[in-house]
Ligand binder design. Sequence first.
Ligand SMILES: [Fe+2]
Length: 184
Amino acid sequence: MFDVEGFVAQCQAAIAEVEPRRAIRQVLDRALADRSAMADALKPEEGGLNTLHRADDLTVLHVVWAPKMKLLPHDHRMWAAIGIYTGQEDNAFFRRIAPGTAPIVASGGKRLAEGDSVLLGDDTIHAVTNPLRQLTGAIHVYGGDFFTQPRSQWPADLSEESPHDVEFTRRQFAEANAAWRASQ
Ligand SMILES: [Fe+2]
């Protein structure tokens, strides 16, 4: 059985360790060893960002990507750990041409399949795609308050950096859910 409260408690203990990122990843990997239990507890039904825990030093999200959904490039300005319990999440990475400056350029990618986890650094800029015709379910853990941290987002053509807007992100999920339902 996957217990959300117990998982959050393990994350809270992990961020107090000497190497919090590594400890968080170990917590995630232990949970991912029983992915069907995670799916049973988290019950992904549509794309969305669901907050499991939010504090100044730790945010735990249940993230569900709608089929074929693309999330535009953005940064977090805090470390992140991602674990996929069902489906697949394709990450495209970007980097600033010089530190602290705009614009950004494409800088490789990483395909995360079911059971995979990854750590992202404070300065990571990424766009996310669910390439599948099914929901992708993931746990994202962040080393700060995901919702109040000032950060940036970019349009698909990377032309302009603008302040990140959580409502814009939520609209991307709503539009992806609508497109998915229309295709069924
Ligand atoms: Fe992200």
